[in-house]
Design a protein around this ligand. Structure first.
Ligand SMILES: C[S@@+](CC[C@H](N)C(=O)[O-])C[C@H]1O[C@@H](n2cnc3c(N)ncnc32)[C@H](O)[C@@H]1O
Length: 207
């Protein structure tokens, strides 16, 4: 991983990008960010070469807040056991323009549907396609985001066969493509290493 000093990206208060979670995730720490920040050791702000490791990244509320606010962090490693989630982080990092284009198309198609029944039918078709597990990384991430934005209560839940089974959410106008957030997140993720494994493996690798 490169030292941030050598990149064009500034991770400091002066250049807040507006990065935040691009998905809604159960158990997210969004409500606790101020307390988490207050409980960081003061030394974090004094050291010059800090590595931030998030072994359970989930929606990344803590990740994005810390990367935007703690300029002493020089490296970051994130991990989650959910491969579709970590694939989504990689897509946002490496293929954000293609992802945004695809999400805009999906959003346009969804907004043209003028009844709850037709939106539900579209949702179920997309869910079936996602569950084929045959999609390339970019489409897989687009459907992962779409299902997250339109399913009931936004959890990620799979059945015993590993198939996503959350029902339709009945929202009339959900934001499916949050372009500004995706672009901001992509910039912050450029220097982040993304792993998919059990947290113990990640902690051992980082020790
Ligand atoms: C509550 S979320 C994390 C919230 C996040 N840190 C934040 O800032 O909002 C918990 C995450 O841990 C992941 N997880 C559960 N068991 C795990 C394991 N054994 N190793 C790695 N990740 C795991 C889940 O997939 C889930 O995404």
């Amino acid at each position: 991983m490169k030292d941030r000093k050598n990149t064009g990206i500034q991770y400091s208060q002066a250049t807040r990008l507006g990065a935040k979670p691009f998905i809604k995730w159960v158990g997210g720490k969004g409500q606790l960010l101020s307390s988490i920040e207050k409980s960081l050791p003061k030394a974090v702000y004094g050291c010059s070469d800090i590595t931030y490791v998030d072994p359970f990244v989930g929606g990344g509320a803590v990740l994005f807040r810390i990367l935007e606010n703690v300029s002493t962090i020089k490296k970051a490693v994130i991990n989650d056991i959910n491969p579709d989630l970590t694939n989504a982080y990689r897509t946002v990092k490496d293929n954000v323009s293609e992802l945004i284009a695809l999400l805009k198309n999906i959003q346009k198609a969804y907004q043209l549907l003028n009844s709850e029944g037709s939106r539900k039918e579209y949702y179920l078709k997309m869910r079936e396609r996602y569950n084929t597990k045959s999609l390339d990384n970019i489409e897989n991430t687009a459907l992962f985001v779409f299902l997250n934005r339109t399913c009931f209560n936004c959890p990620y839940r799979v059945n015993s066969k590993g198939l996503f089974n959350v029902p339709f959410g009945k929202y009339t106008n959900p934001t499916i493509c949050d372009e500004n957030t995706l672009l901001a997140d992509s910039k912050l993720l450029q220097e982040v290493e993304i792993l998919t494994s059990d947290f113990e493996q990640t902690l051992n690798d980082c020790a």
